[in-house]
Design a binder for this molecule. Sequence first.
Ligand SMILES: [Cu+2]
Length: 145
Amino acid sequence: MTDTAATIAVEADTTLQPVVELTLRAIGNNQEEIHYDQDTLVVPADALVSLTLINEGTELTMIHNFVVTVKDKYKEVALAGAEVASPGNYIPDSELVLTGTPLALPGQTVHHEFKAPPPGEYSFVCTYPDHWKKMRGVLIVKETR
Ligand SMILES: [Cu+2]
């Protein structure tokens, strides 16, 4: 009986999983100007998040990504990411990292899908060297019921 109940629950979850489309723009062409166009993103728990990151920069050093971290750990993750450098997309192998996009070069758009983490608050950040000082925000995952 327990097995049957578990199977039904899993099927129901899969069917009802909402897909949330997010579009985030990276704006600016120097260290002072750069920012994401939104500093707060809200998604429902259980959602599959389909993120589009648009890099509107044109200067060569305007290389961006989007990395979700444990709340307020954006600086620690970004500093570790700077050591990883481009072959690893500036994303450290760390339990503080929940997910991250590939790098978007100037003018590029990248897509990335990830499952929303459990309800709560998280940070997001660009881990390209020094960008964390300007490019970061809060991801809020809301309880759906
Ligand atoms: Cu950046």
